[in-house]
Design a protein around this ligand. Structure first.
Ligand code: DON
Length: 572
């Protein structure tokens, strides 16, 4: 692993000084921005993994050093994240893969959770019709997990090394333990009150009743046994063997819905990726059941209508980005759902003609209230990793149990938590979910259906058709806006990848009609101008997303882990 030459230069956002590309502007990043000192990327010649945990990235890079390809590395990284980053890495949740082979072949794998057969449209409402917390916490929140089936499906189609070899590093980490770092220790402490509501869950992540401190070793013997079974017998052990028995027993004990039949019926599904373009660069991203690719392409298409975007950090730029996001998210919430259940106007939503129509409705200096947007067409905790292997095959995977530690219900004896992805459905169409998303009928609960996701694993090719960027993020709906801004920062603002990832971000999702920003990242004068245009500022989340990204440069691969949440890059 070599450090880039930039390490010796005082890192900064003044593009004239730092960018390898021709400078076009000086980015306006306030001095108060906590990530103003941009860390240099990790640079490698052959292969690169960027994930939200340095141990997982190292294991992925080692797999490729042993002759594995990017899919082999993805399988190993995913299982490792389930051990070392269990708030988000998981085997009890679901995920999405976007893949681009060096040959140019593209593929997308949907291993999103499905609603159990016994799920009903109003299952999260009380007798008075009010939404309960049961879609977020407890056994009913869990959809049928897709991760193990997804990893097995991608390995069966593209894997090179034996499956067992890819699972064993995670088995060993679970059995022998790993050292908890300060970022993860904070999460265990913050989540402790919720984890304590479920004694077995607490026994996994609060050994001795207390959250592990930085430097403590966390061992997970039950998870090690589960992973060993998966290593030895593959996905059937999860969907039909001992693990399935433990999941169903947990459901019976605690009042959940998942049955043996639900597990046996689960299938990961190959889908056609969403493909778009932005100023001549190619965009390859996730189709429904994730809204990520459609919404990303719709936002970028609207922005492309402006020949040149205003400077980074200006009110004028934030206004245009906000208006594009507002329109694309409104369409997302109205039109998108599980493709196996609903018809969607995807070709229209991703067309340049439709984007031009939306762009014409954006006033240069006035916010459009989301409530005024016409129906234009008839009809907390995720993790992302990016991989490029020595052949140039690229993998973008985003996976989640949804919230931190999912439903908080762990499968007794099996050592892992189940997701709370049922909350991604519109439990009451028209009422907000935990991310404030107000979604429609198309995303109502139905047996066997996949809830609409915002996960946006994305691959970008340059105007010559060569692999350029691999990226994605956690953050619920904020994933889409984070991915969009990093792409625009590189293409429109000439930032290096490290600058593009560190730069402050904004987010708008239509409803609530509120412009989110990161503390210290919005210049005060820009905020004043935006308020004068009618933009509303209610809350500022700590951070917006956590991007794990790779850029292909002439001199090799640059890996950038977002400074926001303690990720890491590893290459060789
Ligand atoms: O699929 C989705 O859109 C959500 N389940 C993602 C949740 C998430 O990213 C939470 N992470 N911070």
């Amino acid at each position: 692993m070599r450090r880039h030459a930039l390490a010796s230069i005082a890192a900064c956002f003044t593009l004239a000084a730092c960018s390898s590309r021709a400078p076009r502007e000086t980015a306006h990043v306030p001095a108060s921005w906590r990530y103003a000192n941009v860390a240099p990327p990790v640079v490698a010649e052959h292969a690169m993994v960027v994930s939200e945990h340095p141990i997982a990235s190292r294991i992925g890079a080692d797999v490729m050093q042993r002759g594995g390809n990017s899919i082999d590395a993805a399988v190993a990284v995913s299982f490792t994240l389930a051990v070392v980053h269990p708030r988000a890495g998981n085997i009890g949740g679901g995920g999405f893969l976007v893949y681009r082979a060096a040959s140019g072949e593209v593929a997308a794998l949907d291993y999103r959770e499905t609603a159990p057969a016994a799920a009903t449209r109003d299952m999260f409402l009380d007798s008075a019709g009010n939404l309960t917390e049961r879609s977020v916490i407890g056994p009913l929140a869990a959809g049928v997990p897709g991760v193990v089936a997804g990893l097995a499906a991608m390995h069966a189609r593209y894997g090179h090394l034996p499956w067992r070899d890819l699972v064993i590093p995670a088995v060993e980490l679970a059995r022998q333990g790993f050292v908890v770092d300060s970022v993860r220790a904070l999460t265990y402490a913050e989540q402790a009150p919720k984890l304590r509501r479920f004694p077995y869950t607490a026994s996994l992540y609060l050994p001795g009743g207390q959250p592990p401190a930085p430097g403590d070793t966390l061992r997970q013997p039950d998870l090690a046994r589960t992973l060993q079974l998966i290593a030895d017998s593959g996905a059937p052990s999860f969907y039909g063997g001992r693990v399935a028995d433990l999941i169903v027993a947990q459901m019976r004990r605690s009042g959940g819905l998942i049955t043996h039949a639900d597990l046996a019926a689960y299938r990961a599904k190959w889908r056609e990726p969403i493909q778009g373009s932005y100023r001549g660069w190619g965009i390859i991203s996730m189709p429904p059941s994730s809204s990520g690719g459609v919404t990303l392409v719709e936002i970028l298409n609207i922005l492309e209508g402006y020949r040149r975007l205003p400077p980074f950090g200006s009110a004028a730029l934030i206004h245009l980005e906000t208006e594009a996001m507002r329109r694309a998210f409104t369409d997302r919430n109205r039109h998108l759902g599980d493709p196996d259940f609903v018809e969607m106007p995807i070709a229209r939503l991703t067309s340049k003609v439709y984007a031009a129509q939306l762009q014409r409705s954006i006033a240069r200096s006035r916010a459009t209230p989301s409530a005024e947007l016409p129906a234009a067409i008839d009809s907390r905790e995720t993790t992302h990793f990016s991989i490029v292997d020595p052949e140039g095959n690229a993998v973008a995977v985003t996976t989640t149990p949804n919230s931190f530690f999912g439903s908080k219900v762990a499968v007794t004896g099996a050592g892992f938590v189940l997701n709370n992805t049922m909350d991604d459905f519109a439990a009451t169409p028209g009422a907000p979910n935990q991310f404030g998303l107000v979604q429609g009928e198309v995303n109502a609960i139905a047996p066997g259906k996949r809830p609409l996701s915002a996960m946006t694993p994305t691959i970008v090719t340059d105007p010559h058709g060569h692999l350029a960027l691999v990226l994605g993020s956690p953050g619920g709906p904020r994933i889409i806006s984070a991915v969009c801004q990093v792409i625009s920062n590189v293409i429109d603002h000439g930032m290096t990848l490290a600058q593009a990832v560190s730069a402050p971000r904004i987010h708008h999702q239509g409803l609530p009609d509120s412009l989110l920003w990161e503390q210290g990242g919005l210049p005060p004068e820009a905020r004043r101008e935006l308020e004068a245009m009618g933009h509303q500022f209610h809350q500022h989340p700590e951070t917006l997303g956590d991007v794990s990204a790779i850029r292909v440069t002439k001199s090799g691969l640059e890996g950038v882990a977002d400074p926001r949440r303690g990720g890491g890059a590893a290459g060789n």
